[in-house]
Design a protein around this ligand. Structure first.
Ligand SMILES: [Zn+2]
Length: 456
């Protein structure tokens, strides 16, 4: 038995100071069967349910280069920062089966992950045999899918998307969508390049707000027509938000995700000199101050459900540099899986934008519910996995890539002040990380999920 004493538990009902009892891998209601009792002193700290990152890309090959973080480094970084479970995207090869993608991701993660893990499947090739595989995939505990509206090597047509939404709805699954209109992006990129605009600053200009807004509008129409729940991944704009509001009023079931980069950075990053701006190339791009503050307002108002990272790391040296003379060749993606809790704590909770209770909902309970692992994950109630973060609000430090466990040569938040961090992280009852360092593992296990989106 383990007893965490003196901490303030962050629960949906509020913050209350009480002991938290753990027996083996589970949280229990009290001392129970007795025996030897170990005590962990959490005085002065908050006690959160382990954070869940529902959007990571580890060991992903984009066709040109492979992400800098593999499962060991990405999951270790996650755990050290307080994230005890990640949901990574197993991506189908065009012409390949979903089961092959899932098998490959199992091989990547099993025995190598420091935190618990589950998978979504990104469907890049929709055909009758893909459709025929869905039920099997759900039986293997994968109950959410993703499609891209942009990227020629990944995207589906609207018609394929509609069919997929109808099929996944029948199975009680939710589908996430990358909302940027691919044709519009391609045209704008072509126009910039043919005008001789090769610099990084043209990346955001080739993917303006309305490209996301119109894509969200289209998705809302498809969701309405298919009566399928949808998940807007990495929402970045006011325009997208307005479309979601309108659709919700019409009864569309839509789950909204945003990411720390859209909440803490602004488009000025793209005018940094010496190709530094390439470090911030992601899609959708970092937006304006106004978008950032609208997203925070939407979070306060309960319109955003989850904050994930879209962790997709590429080194500056050798990878981001692939686009030195052509912005369209810069691999898209940012690292962040290690720092999401500390960033949202510092720039959300400490700045008075959200409460710790809301932070726990956005980073843990809501993703657990949305993706079929609640209350096993996302809760401090008896019966839940003992995934626990002892959060030290007294910590003061500076985020720097030099100290990170992420296996990438920079951080988009280099030099940012941090006003709290995970002092201790328990994974299913075992103390696995302390003060940003791993002390045990890899102990991560697969978390099969239930299909929880009943038809409506
Ligand atoms: Zn992504």
């Amino acid at each position: 038995m383990l007893c965490i004493k003196g901490g303030k538990l962050v629960t949906p009902a509020g913050i209350n100071e009480r002991d938290l009892w753990i027996d083996g891998e589970k949280i229990v209601s009290g001392e129970g069967r007795g025996g030897r009792i170990e005590v962990y002193d959490a005085s002065g700290c908050l006690v959160f349910p382990g954070f869940i990152d529902a959007h990571t890309h580890l060991e992903m090959d984009n066709g040109v280069t492979v992400t800098a973080d593999d499962f060991p480094s990405g999951s270790a970084a996650a755990l050290a920062g307080g994230t005890t479970c990640i949901l990574d995207f197993a991506t189908q090869d065009r012409g390949g089966a979903l089961r092959d993608a899932l098998d490959r991701w199992f091989r990547l993660a099993e025995g190598r992950s420091y935190c618990d893990f589950a998978f979504h499947i990104a469907v890049t090739d929709w055909n009758p045999s893909t459709k025929g595989e869905l039920a099997d995939i759900v039986r293997r505990g994968v109950t959410s899918f993703k499609v891209y509206m942009a990227y020629d090597n990944l995207r589906l047509t609207d018609e394929q998307m509609l069919e997929l939404l109808k099929a996944t709805r029948e199975l009680g699954c939710i589908t996430g969508v990358h909302c940027e209109l691919g044709d519009e992006v391609n045209r704008r990129v072509r126009e910039e390049l043919s005008a001789g605009h090769m610099d990084v600053k043209y990346h955001p200009l080739s993917r303006p707000n309305e490209v996301e807004g119109r894509a969200v509008r289209r998705l809302m129409e498809l969701a309405r027509e298919s009566r399928s729940p949808v998940w807007v991944v990495h929402l970045s704009t006011r325009e997208g938000l307005a479309e979601i509001r309108a659709a919700r009023e019409k009864g569309v079931a839509v789950l909204v995700e945003t990411c720390p980069q859209y909440l803490t950075l602004t488009e000025e990053v793209y005018i940094k000199p010496d190709f530094e701006a390439a470090k911030y190339v992601c899609s959708p791009p970092i937006r304006s101050r106004e978008d950032k503050s609208e997203l925070w307002k939407a979070i306060k108002g309960g319109e955003v459900d989850i904050i994930s990272t879209d962790h997709c790391s590429y080194n500056f040296a050798g990878q981001k540099e692939l686009g030195r003379t052509d912005f369209s060749k810069i691999p898209n993606g940012l690292p962040g899986v290690e720092h999401r809790p500390a960033l949202i704590w510092t720039y959300g909770v400490c700045r008075g934008k959200i409460t710790p209770v809301r932070m726990a909902a956005l980073l843990s309970e809501n993703p657990a519910r949305a993706f079929g692992i609640y209350p096993r994950k996302g809760s401090l109630e008896p019966g839940s996995d003992a995934d626990i973060v002892i959060w030290d609000p007294q910590f003061r430090g500076t985020l720097t890539a030099v100290k990170q466990l992420q296996k990438v040569d920079y951080s988009p938040w280099e030099g940012f002040a941090l006003e709290g961090r995970a002092r201790a992280v328990f994974l299913r009852g075992e103390l696995c990380a302390e003060n940003g360092r791993i002390i045990k593992g890899p102990c991560g296990r697969y978390v099969p999920r239930r299909a929880t989106w009943r038809k409506h």
